[in-house]
Design a protein around this ligand. Structure first.
Ligand SMILES: C[S@@+](CC[C@H](N)C(=O)[O-])C[C@H]1O[C@@H](n2cnc3c(N)ncnc32)[C@H](O)[C@@H]1O
Length: 314
């Protein structure tokens, strides 16, 4: 069952979604993704009919607006992409820079789709003035309009009339979700997002995050969190504290591209934490999950982004 995905996004859980889904309750009323990014997990859930409704949220407003357009106005956004896409590489490079300039001026989410389809590793990246400054991928033209259209229509078919999309800080979502919701949280990784440039939103405060999880525990809300991991023996980020009562599952995500380049054998493991009530519901659990195919994963290696969004004035 192929899961549609209109755009690449650094940190996307597309490749791991099938594995993560095994740790979600078989069926839920609503899945909430406070750090939606490309919404890979919710789309995978919708593709398998695993929930009645979805709530997608991302603090990056143009990105959240783009998700809403894809779901609610698929024809418009697909046509806009067709007009924006360029077939000739020479023309396309110059065109990319023009689109980037326009996006920085207008924050039009339709332009962001082209930039994401065309930029290096689908990686949103902003300079110190909050301007999108990722370069174009010089080897690829970006998704062809017909493929883009198919993906957009498929996502819309799966999610229209059952999804709300917002752009708020994750803490507001956690406060306003219902006790019956299941939350999948994929915050910016600590391992790569502690950055030098303080003018950017570069991660969430670990202590704040822990205290909001504690609140969810008190309310009995069920949740799963993808949070850092390890590359070989090297652990990324501070583990979530024991007193939250979480169960840690390690998902083997493949051989790291950097290690391969260095002739090493390190394998990347991603951490998936399950709230106590989810773990209880699932009964006996596999604690380490191996994925049978090797794919190059640079998630924990890149000094860039993974959900780096410019600071918003509220
Ligand atoms: C690791 S990415 C999520 C990737 C997503 N799971 C996917 O499959 O594409 C983290 C996301 O969190 C968002 N984010 C960062 N800080 C946030 C905050 N305080 N509240 C809500 N979203 C935030 C970023 O914009 C980014 O899209």
């Amino acid at each position: 069952m192929k899961t549609p995905q209109p755009f690449q996004y650094q940190g996307s859980k597309r490749a791991l979604a099938r594995t993560i889904l095994q740790y979600l309750p078989a069926y839920t009323d609503r899945i909430v993704e406070p750090f939606a990014g490309s919404a890979a997990l919710s789309i995978a859930c919708a593709n398998r009919g695993r929930a009645k409704e979805y709530w997608l949220n991302d603090y990056n407003k143009p990105l959240a607006d783009l998700l809403a357009l894809i779901i609610n106005h698929p024809e418009d956004i697909a046509s806009f992409y067709r007009q924006t896409w360029r077939e000739e590489q020479d023309d396309a490079l110059e065109h990319y820079y023009r689109v980037r300039e326009d996006f920085n001026r207008t924050k039009d989410p339709r332009l962001l789709l082209y930039l994401l389809a065309r930029c290096v590793k689908g990686s949103v990246r902003y300079n110190s003035d909050g301007m999108f400054n990722q370069s174009p991928d010089k080897r690829r033209l970006g998704t062809r309009p017909e493929t883009m259209r198919e993906n957009i229509m498929a996502v819309s078919n799966l999610m229209k009339n059952k999804t709300i999309v917002t752009s708020q800080d994750y803490r507001d979502i956690l406060t306003n979700c219902q006790d019956s919701d299941v939350l999948y949280m994929d915050p910016p990784y600590q391992g790569v997002c502690r950055e030098k440039d303080s003018r950017y939103f570069t991660g969430i405060s670990f202590d704040d995050f822990v205290s909001t999880l504690d609140q969810l525990n008190k309310r009995g809300v069920r949740y799963l969190i993808s949070y850092d991991g390890r590359l070989g023996e090297q652990i990324y980020g501070e583990p979530l504290p024991d007193n939250l009562g979480l169960t840690l599952v390690e998902i083997e995500a493949g051989r790291s591209s950097q290690a391969t380049l260095l002739g090493r054998d390190d394998v990347t493991f991603e951490s998936l934490y399950l709230s106590r009530n989810i773990a209880d519901e699932l009964g006996s659990l596999k604690r380490t999950h191996h994925i049978n195919r090797t794919f190059q994963l640079n998630l924990l290696e890149s000094p860039l982004t993974c959900g780096k969004v410019p600071q918003r004035v509220s």
